[in-house]
Design a protein around this ligand. Structure first.
Ligand code: NAP
Length: 171
């Protein structure tokens, strides 16, 4: 009993945190871009990830206007990515090497990268937007909410979009 609990803890990263803004049906993106533009959420993203390493897929990197300032920009791709602080080509190896670090590393998208990190992340910072977006082509992966403790950080409304900043922490 004790051994299996211990090995479960060792397999799970303490320090990968996912951060995403999702619609009612877990919508993430549309044609390579974000769907929802909420200023307060952009500020929340900036404040939460400030000073940390951020990990993103190559497509998300290409959707940005430039490097995210004051953060180490790490991009996942099969090829070296110009302008990034670091390119991860071997994702499994990166996860293995970083899962026991004391540092909080933020996984900032997109869909492919969230899916790869979901099992390894301790925290999910989700901005839950109470609106569906029919044309979305990228979605956040399904996860079992009963395995997490949910904390509501803040609720708000902007441009007719009601949103909740929620933090899910693995039990
Ligand atoms: N709502 C939000 O919070 C949020 C946040 C971020 C992004 N988004 C949206 O999500 C969409 C992009 O998501 P996406 O799923 O299409 O793409 P993505 O996850 O951003 O990037 C996918 C790319 O990452 C690389 N990659 C993924 N797994 C890999 C692995 N195991 N090894 C090596 N490289 C790997 C590949 O790059 P190469 O092809 O170069 O090898 C792949 O094409 C956009 O619409 C974006 O706006 C939304």
């Amino acid at each position: 009993m004790k051994t299996s609990a211990l090995s479960k803890c060792q397999l799970r990263s303490k320090m990968f945190s996912i951060i995403a803004a999702i619609g009612k049906n877990k919508e993430l993106g549309h044609q390579g871009d974000l769907i929802f533009h909420i200023k307060e959420d952009m500020k929340y993203f900036r404040d939460t990830t400030n000073g940390h390493k951020v990990v993103m897929g190559r497509k998300t990197w290409e959707s940005l206007p430039g490097k995210l300032p004051n953060r180490k920009n790490i991009v996942v791709s099969c090829h070296p990515v110009e302008g990034a602080d670091f390119t991860i080509t071997d994702l499994e190896e990166f996860i293995k090497q970083n899962q026991n670090t004391d540092e909080e590393i933020f996984i900032i998208g997109g869909g492919m990268i969230y899916t790869s990190f979901l099992d390894h992340a301790k925290n999910l910072y989700l901005t839950e937007i109470d609106t569906a977006f029919r044309d979305a082509d990228t979605f956040f992966p399904n996860f079992d909410q009963t395995k997490y403790t949910k904390t509501i950080i803040k609720k708000g409304s902007e441009n007719d979009l009601n949103y909740t900043f929620a933090k899910y922490t693995k039990k």
